[in-house]
Write a new protein. Sequence first.
Length: 499
Amino acid sequence: MARYDSILETIGNTPLVRLDALAPAGVNLYVKVEAFNPMGSVKDRMALAVIEAAERSGELRPGQTVIEATSGNTGIGLAMVCARKGYPLVVTMAENFSVERRKLLRYLGARVVLTPAAEKGTGMLNKAIELAEAHGYYLCRQFENEANADAHVRTTAREILADFADEPLHAWVSGFGTGGTLKGVASVLKLASPATRIVVAEPDNAPMLGSGLGQPRDAAGELTASHPRFRPHLMQGWSPDFLSRLTEDAVAAGLIDEVLPVAGDEALRLTRELARREGIFAGTTSGATLAAALQVARRSPPGSNIVCMLPDTGERYLSTPLFEGIGEAMDDAELALSRSTPGYRFGAAAAGQPASPGVPLRADEQDAEAERLVETLLASEPVVMFALEWCEFCWSVRKFFARLGIAYHSVDLDSVAYQSDDLGGRIRPVLAARTGSVTIPQVFIGGEPMGGCTALFDAWRNGSLRRRLEAQGIAFDRSVEIDPDDLLPGWLHPRMTTA
């Protein structure tokens, strides 16, 4: 493993992996796994190139805010680059793109401005232009920025050619979105390997390239409307509602040999097959591109070498139809497997704990030092939660208190501060004796127990928690309307018991 001075130096040089289970016999079908880029997509290449080109030209000043319209991957790549280089980032994104993308962007420090789904890609682009003009932001313009295509001229295309230095490459298959990968790689392959066929895939219900119709633009070349053949499709980021300048350049230069339509359900099926039969975790656009590559492979002679682009990782798609039917709770078969042996299953006692959670430990099993500490905490702090750092129910209570503005003292029994002499473990039987329950968290208000997470939330719903807080003079935001169940762990299922 090499050493790097910056995460940005790890972009590119992604692997080519030959498919075994999915490829036709005798044909070498390779996938270029762009999820190996540091932020998990091919867009990392372009993000770095666009920012560094703007720095060199002086268009981007130190500390200036960067803005871009994106379905997610470009924004995530830009968020990484901007975080490392010290630029604030604003991203505009249509509201119908996956929640994971928004959260990743915000986690990396970007601000995300959503636009109406009905306005499609054009709407989020127009909003980015408005904000850039109003606030003096640097607009990346990924759909027409030559630095986008140049990144693939310098990196992606050269990597592919190097991998086939001693043997022919018969076909290269890609989707298109911004057009940067398409224009950059195809332009190099056409010069260095003229026999390589350039095959472009697109949604079968939105055949913008296949239709042969041009993109509506005004006299200045600006977009005036969506492409007439665009329809919403399942492949997020694969092709927006317009043909980008970079894509139009590739068409005009005659770089494309064939356009293949791909059905959305086939894209979903092959994305799942990639995971289950090849062990490759990729996004829906990868399955879509693979669908086109398989069409090429099936009609190719034995010994053919084909490269298919896999643009990103599957983690961007957890809330999309790609993961439909993938449950969070155990299904019947998994429950049956769990119950096939006696230990470590729901409803069984944990090792070292009473068989029934309502039975406290004996007084002689308690600890005088731990008892004094609990007494001191309850006497000095109006709201105390005995918690575990890893416990999701404890985090539900933390979020609840934060939403209501309730100040509290958290005693994290598994934290470093309570590990010495197993103090955290010694406190638990003291709590069990006071509350009659061995579960965590345990919340006390005014020194009196309120119970665990679900008991606290029930008390909020029936009004008793409000009355207790008011009686103790504990401040909270009375204007907040909250359903505490929304704060519970997402995996919670009626078959599982709570802690």
